[in-house]
Design a protein around this ligand. Structure first.
Ligand code: COA
Ligand code: ZN
Length: 315
């Protein structure tokens, strides 16, 4: 494992998917497309641009097909689609998604709440998706997420052995990318360091993504713990939007501009343009109809200095 502590950190922007899926106010298709097109100019190499799930489960993202067909594809940007089943995979491939992100929870209870099926049924469906992808008309990458990997709002603690074993199963099925998701912000930095170290024995760092929510304020602390343990790829949402509608108490993802700011201040390259990101983040309250939780878009960057008050000169 490379322990170079200035190695780039890859940010996968997930606001168009995790961010918008929980919003009550309908975001017009053209506004979703404009948001993704804006994000495509910020330097991201990966954007989760939508999901292809049941429109009854997530009405806010029911226009995934039109969104994927309407966006301007940035060069070198992988556009990811979250899919729960074969039907979703068919729709995502018809809309030319570059990568499919399959999701199953480590917790049976959360999987039943979110996907309306057992973990075993989810896995059986993933097997069919792997076959479908092999026969796709263009190369499609595969990622699979272990949701509630660090704790479940219904079941509480999740056995680390179970998470490792699901990651191993995904890899054995031929799914290269693995995401460990802290769906409702229950992870702590020491737990993260332990689990990342274990999963990196099975999965190369280039294929591993960590997905944190800031529900209990530990989001960026968890990022640092994971990075120090060797993880290099992280999901984050512009403005700190996000949350799973089928997990009680869910709230936003770690905030992209807060993450990029932290990395910049620490000397960890992300390739993302913070100034552009802040400008885009400031358009979010108008888009979703409420304030967002991100800090840096409100405070500005460290280098955005203020003129000293007049009286200072006289002291
Ligand atoms: N895209 C669009 N429609 C879909 C679909 C998909 N991927 N999967 C199923 N449907 C439709 C079916 O065609 C059927 O439609 P009909 O009622 O018009 O006949 C209906 O949804 C029910 O299908 P069924 O297979 O019985 O699904 P379900 O009701 O058991 O729900 C899921 C299973 C997985 C489709 C649903 O729970 C889901 O989409 N969950 C995702 C939740 C999510 O995105 N959470 C946040 C991200 S982790
Ligand atoms: Zn999430």
């Amino acid at each position: 494992m490379n322990r170079d502590h200035n190695e780039p950190l890859i940010v996968q922007e997930v606001a168009p998917r995790d961010g918008l899926q929980i919003e009550k106010q309908w975001v017009e298709t053209e506004d979703k497309i404009a948001l993704i097109d804006g994000l495509s100019t910020c330097g991201f190499t990966r954007i989760e641009a939508g999901s292809f799930v049941s429109p009854k489960a997530i009405p806010a993202l029911r226009d995934g097909d039109a969104v994927f067909n309407g966006i301007r594809r940035g060069q070198g940007v992988t556009y990811v689609a979250l899919v729960p089943n074969v039907k979703g995979a068919q729709r995502a491939i018809a809309a030319s998604a570059d990568e499919l992100n399959l999701v199953m929870s480590a917790s049976q209870t959360h999987n039943r709440a979110n996907m309306r099926m057992s973990c075993e049924s989810s896995l059986a469906g993933f097997g069919d998706v792997v076959q479908l992808v092999r026969n796709a008309p263009y190369p499609v990458s595969l990622n699979a997420t272990v949701a509630t990997a660090f704790g479940c709002p219904f079941e509480g603690r999740i056995d680390e052995e179970r998470v490792v074993s699901i990651a191993r199963t995904y890899r054995e099925m031929g799914i290269a990318g693995i995401t460990l998701a802290d769906t409702t912000g229950m992870a702590n930095p020491r737990q993260v360091a332990r689990l990342v170290a274990r999963v990196l024995e099975l999965v190369p760092a280039a294929d591993l993504t960590l997905h944190f929510h800031n529900t209990r304020g530990l989001g960026l602390a968890n990022v640092l713990a994971a990075y120090d343990a060797g993880a290099r790829r992280f999901d984050a949402a512009l403005g700190g939007l996000g949350g799973c509608p089928f997990a009680p108490g869910a709230s936003g993802n770690i905030c992209t501009e807060d993450l990029v700011n932290m990395c910049e201040e620490m000397g960890i390259p992300t390739g993302v343009d913070l100034q552009k990101l802040i400008a885009l983040s400031r358009t979010l309250p108008a888009l979703v109809g409420h304030e967002v939780s991100g800090q840096v878009a409100k405070a500005g960057r460290n280098c955005d200095l203020h003129p000293a008050p007049e009286y200072v000169r006289t002291i």
